[in-house]
Structure formats: structure tokens, C-alpha cells
Design a protein around this ligand. Structure first.
Ligand SMILES: NC(=O)c1ccc[n+]([C@@H]2O[C@H](COP(=O)([O-])OP(=O)(O)OC[C@H]3O[C@@H](n4cnc5c(N)ncnc54)[C@H](OP(=O)(O)O)[C@@H]3O)[C@@H](O)[C@H]2O)c1
Length: 282
């Protein structure tokens, strides 16, 4: 039987929307792809359906709502009517109901108002996704947040519990975001936690030349710096799966191969302690 890799989610934010990539992903045992209404200039769903509609049933497909075109630019919104319309449109454009729909960076719409107003706004948006799940417009729902700090004080009863929470993960994530993510998890208790953007969007940024992520791997683990950074992301914070982007099959294969490599938990713990200390003194 073919080995599958549910812990690696192929994220399509910066990835080619090409049949060859999706075919390779399915052949390599990738089971989940993550997209969003706004990816590929708001055309991701349609293009996926066009180039690989027959392949989509091979994957668990997650997407996001809450980001809308606005003239020549775009905007975030938690308006329940707009969210519901976006959910219906997503199912139409994909040619199937998505398995999972995230509320996309709700923190952008939670800067103003009293705490009660902000909590009400978030609750109303979550309720749209809860209702959509119950109505079969999507299989389950979640929250994806680039900066979870504004959410921590709001994530309390009576907010419904998301099935999946997605937060930033890895060596480019600062102490405050890591702490906020963990607080959110303890308060909201999602069924699953996903990490996103393990390379911070790029492996060619100067930061990746400044240190060797292999210090976070166990002794004798043969891997590249990219593989080590990806593996470390599963523990910064502790997540069930990581959404990574690539347009190259060879890179996808590298990421998959790294899943069997062992990390050095002591080094990860020391790194967290160092981050916390720097945060206090910084
Ligand atoms: N707020 C949100 O909801 C949110 C925000 C950001 C991201 N996400 C999710 O997380 C996913 C990933 O995030 P991301 O695309 O921002 O960044 P990322 O996964 O941190 O980085 C993607 C970059 O890493 C490179 N890469 C991947 N594997 C590599 C390897 N083995 N060796 C060398 N380079 C490698 C890719 O280049 P190549 O193409 O050359 O391989 C690509 O340019 C997104 O697609 C999305 O699903 C969600």
C-alpha cells in the first residue's frame, strides 16, 4: 500500500497551480492541499478546477474566506453576508465543497471597538462557518491567523471551537507569536493545530545563510538545511501538520523525506528559552 503523508500540507499560496505538481503530489502520498479564495489573484479555485478537477477528490482540500477583492486592491472582512457568499462561491468554483474552510486572518478585522464588540464580530463570523459546516457547504471549519495576538483575549466561551487552527510555525517566528499561538490553543482547544509558512515564505532570504538549522536535528540525521528547518517547524509551536509551499517536485520530495528524520528536542527547548529571554530583555 502507498505511504501517505498527512503531516505535510501542500500550500498553494506561492506554488504553481499546475496539473503536473498536483499529480506529483498525489503520487508522492500528499493527501492535503491548502488554498484560499484570494490566492492566484482570486482565481485559485477556478484554476484548480480547470487544470485538475479530476484530481481534487484525491486530496483533502482546505481553503479560506475573509479576504475580498475591493476595486484594484483587496480587503479583509468578517461581514457574515460576505463570508456566506464566499463559501457558496468557493464550492461553485472548485466544483465541489471544500473539506475544510478557514476564516482568513480575522485579526485584521478586530482592531477596533470594545472587547465585547470584537468578540461579537468574531463570534458572528465563526457562526457562519459553523452553520456552513452543518449545511454541508464544507466538511469542517477553522481559523488561520498570521498574528494570533489580538485573538487570545477573545477566544473564550461562547465562541465556537474550531476544528483546525492554523498558525505560523518555524524558526522565523518570534516569541510573542509562538506564545500567543499556544495561548490560543489552550483556550480554544481545536481538534488539530496546523503550522504554516515554515520558511517564512522564502528559502532564499539572507536569514537562511546566517545559521545552519541542522543544529536542531538529532545526531546522525542526514538532511539538508531546508529539511532541518522544515522538521523544526513541527515543534515551534508543537503542531500536527505543516503547510509548506513549493512549485518543485524535487523540493516536495525533500520535505517528505525529512518527515522521518529525528529532531533534537533539547536544542528546540533551549532555543525556546533563548527566545523567551531575548523577548524579556529586548
Ligand atoms: N494567513 C494564512 O492563512 C497563511 C499565510 C501564509 C501561508 N499560509 C499557508 O502556508 C503555506 C506555505 O506558506 P508560504 O508559501 O508563505 O511559505 P513557505 O512554505 O514558508 O515557503 C515557500 C518557499 O519555500 C521554498 N521551498 C519549499 N521547499 C523547499 C525545499 N525543500 N528546498 C528549498 N526551498 C524550498 C519554495 O520555493 P520552491 O518553489 O523553489 O520550492 C517557496 O518559495 C501557504 O501556501 C498557505 O497554504 C497561510
Amino acid at each position: 500500500m502507498r505511504t501517505t503523508h498527512p503531516r505535510l500540507v501542500l500550500g498553494l499560496h506561492r506554488s504553481r497551480h499546475e496539473r503536473s505538481l498536483l499529480t506529483a503530489a498525489a503520487d508522492l502520498g500528499i493527501t492535503t492541499i491548502d488554498t484560499s479564495t484570494n490566492y492566484l489573484d482570486f482565481h485559485s479555485h477556478q484554476v484548480l478546477a480547470e487544470v485538475a478537477g479530476d484530481l481534487l477528490p484525491k486530496f483533502t482540500v482546505s481553503t479560506k474566506v475573509g479576504y475580498f477583492p475591493a476595486g484594484s486592491t483587496s480587503e479583509h472582512s468578517l461581514d457574515p453576508g460576505r463570508l456566506h457568499t464566499a463559501l457558496e462561491q468557493a464550492a461553485r468554483d472548485l466544483g465541489r465543497e471544500p473539506d475544510l474552510v478557514f476564516l482568513h486572518n480575522p485579526e485584521h478585522s478586530l482592531a477596533d471597538g470594545s472587547r465585547t464588540q470584537r468578540q461579537d464580530r468574531l463570534e458572528a463570523a465563526c457562526s457562519v462557518l459553523v452553520d456552513a459546516t452543518a449545511a454541508g457547504l464544507c466538511g469542517s471549519w477553522g481559523i488561520s491567523s498570521w498574528d494570533p495576538r489580538p485573538l487570545t483575549e477573545l477566544a473564550r466561551h461562547p465562541l465556537p471551537r474550531p476544528d483546525v487552527l492554523m498558525v505560523r510555525a518555524g524558526l522565523v517566528v518570534g516569541a510573542e507569536i509562538l506564545d500567543a499561538s499556544e495561548t490560543l490553543v489552550s483556550r480554544w482547544q481545536p481538534s488539530a493545530l496546523w503550522g504554516m509558512s515554515p520558511f517564512g515564505g522564502s528559502t532564499t532570504e539572507p536569514i537562511w545563510k546566517r545559521f545552519d538549522p541542522r543544529i536542531f536535528m538529532g545526531t546522525g540525521q542526514d538532511c539538508s538545511p531546508g529539511q532541518a528547518a522544515f522538521r523544526a517547524a513541527f515543534h515551534l509551536p508543537e503542531v500536527d501538520a505543516v503547510a509548506a509551499g513549493t512549485s518543485k517536485t524535487a523540493h516536495l520530495e525533500e520535505l517528505i523525506n525529512s518527515l522521518a528524520r529525528e529532531v533534537n528536542f533539547e536544542a528546540i527547548t533551549q532555543y525556546r528559552q533563548l527566545l523567551a529571554r531575548n523577548d524579556q530583555t529586548g
